[in-house]
Design a protein around this ligand. Structure first.
Ligand SMILES: Cc1ncc(COP(=O)(O)O)c(C=O)c1O
Length: 455
């Protein structure tokens, strides 16, 4: 094998046949999910109005390997296995002895990692006879991915898109509509939750928490409609593990092994996808790697949030889960990384952080765009604003290696491309991008409003 290889590509037959479930290897089990009304442990029946039973079973199982049905692998073949790149030009530009690799999830039809779970979620719903799905979207990446999956399986998709992103990102909305989805700005007048929020603030910019309330409400009220969530839940983490499972095979091809694994975190799914298979190797007796979750300083869930039971949405319709949270009433400032603007974190990611198995750090958006532009100029790919957080961290680790004279191997997940986010890059180039801090008082208030849950 030549020593200047740039990409490590697997054959379609090497798409994983099983997803990896970290639950099987956790040294301490995950805290129980609670019913929002009774605060008693929530059972599969409590989730049935929202999800088909196959997904509920994946949510609660502790089986290590879950078989990927052939029709899903068949769709995965449209873009998977995704390439693992060695960022040699970036390494050169940085003058670092570190080796930087990235998994490029931007090669999916919708442009991010989100179809890895949109496709199975749509397929399991179709198998259960469901023809209509409702969901929310922040930046539009998840909505576009579910719209794509809906088009493949003949499912009508309704997307509540957070108002700021609906206004700022007409192209993402057009993409959803191109795939056949109906897109509604949230908060909207179509749901009780939306109308309540609009009555309080007719100009509400919306938030993921609000949009989730609207999408959940539609599903709860109409038995013909189920709900799909693009992150946070255990089954979403599970589906995303195809990323890390492929990366493990690709590192074998490269004859290398990452010392550090990095992903950006909104609800936690692309991070879990790249990191959990490596964490599983460690928990089953393998070597320890540093695993770093990167979040925005304006919405610092893992680094500043409280590990507590909280609702997943603003209107308090979802079950209570134990997670790092800024409080379900917390309104993160608007930034260009709409997909990272969520008050909570996946319970699985929160749990492994609490156990000290992963690190977390937060960056402001301008530092992330500095890194995104540097990456684009070296590697040619324009990262999604969310993904620039992972790029920033990878570059900082490579610069640390340079200062310490260490040739460590760094892997990061490039969760999506930024072709629909050029407005954000324009604002960066025109010097209009600001590093907004969250309001400490508002955070304290939101945390003081966390539900009281008996330990
Ligand atoms: C490109 C991209 N990366 C990351 C995220 C964050 O989500 P998650 O933490 O679930 O990967 C999003 C969410 O929309 C996204 O669009």
């Amino acid at each position: 094998m030549s020593n200047n290889q740039l990409k490590y590509v697997l054959d379609e037959t090497q798409i994983p046949k099983f997803w990896y479930n970290l639950t099987a290897d956790l040294p301490v089990p995950l805290p129980t999910v609670l019913h929002p009304g009774t605060q008693q442990p929530a059972g599969p029946a409590d989730l049935e109005p929202l999800f088909p039973m196959a997904l509920i079973e994946q949510e609660v199982t502790s089986e290590r390997e879950i078989e990927i049905p052939e029709p899903i692998r068949d769709v995965y073949r449209m873009w998977r296995p995704s390439p693992l790149y060695r960022a040699r030009r970036l390494e050169q530009a940085l003058g670092t002895p570190a080796k930087i690799y990235y998994k490029n999830e931007g090669v999916s039809p919708a442009g991010s990692h989100k179809p890895n779970t949109a496709v199975p979620q749509a397929w399991y719903n179709k198998e259960a006879g469901i023809r209509r799905l409702s969901t929310e979207t922040g930046a539009g990446q998840w909505g576009a991915s579910l719209a794509f999956a809906g088009a493949l399986f003949g499912i009508d998709v309704t997307v509540f898109q957070v108002r700021v992103s609906y206004d700022q990102k007409p192209y993402r909305r057009a993409l959803m509509e191109t795939y056949g989805a109906r897109c509604i700005a949230s908060p909207s007048d179509q749901t009780e939750s939306g109308r309540t929020i609009l009555a309080q603030n007719p100009n509400s910019p919306g938030s993921l928490g609000m949009a989730i309330s609207e999408a959940v409400e539609i599903a709860v009220k109409d038995p013909a409609v189920k709900y799909a969530l693009g992150s946070v839940l255990n089954h979403v983490m599970l589906h995303q593990t195809v990323i890390g499972l492929e990366a493990i095979q690709q590192f074998e091809l490269a004859g290398d092994d990452p010392d550090i694994v990095i992903g950006c975190t909104g609800g936690g799914s692309n991070f879990a996808g790249v990191a959990f298979p490596f964490l599983g190797l460690y928990l089953r007796g393998g070597r320890k790697r540093r695993i770093i979750a990167v979040e925005p300083a304006s919405c610092p869930t893992l680094t500043r949030g409280k590990y507590a039971y909280d609702f997943g949405d603003t209107a308090h319709l979802t079950p209570l889960v134990k997670m790092h949270t800024l409080g379900s009433t917390f309104m993160p400032p608007a930034t260009h990384s709409g997909g990272l603007r969520y008050h909570g974190m996946a319970p699985m990611v929160s749990h492994v952080h609490e156990l000290g198995l992963i690190e977390a750090r937060a960056y402001h958006q301008r530092a992330c765009f500095d890194a995104g532009v540097q990456f684009a100029r070296a590697e040619g790919i324009v990262p999604a604003p969310e993904s620039t957080h992972a790029v920033r961290c990878a570059i900082d680790e490579a610069l640390r290696c340079k200062a310490e004279g260490k040739a460590e191997t760094i892997l990061f997940n490039l969760s999506g491309h930024g072709h629909f986010d050029m407005g954000a890059y324009i604002s960066y180039f025109e010097g209009r991008m600001i590093d907004q801090d969250y309001d400490e008082g508002a955070l304290a208030t939101a945390l003081s409003e966390l539900p009281a849950v008996a330990a």
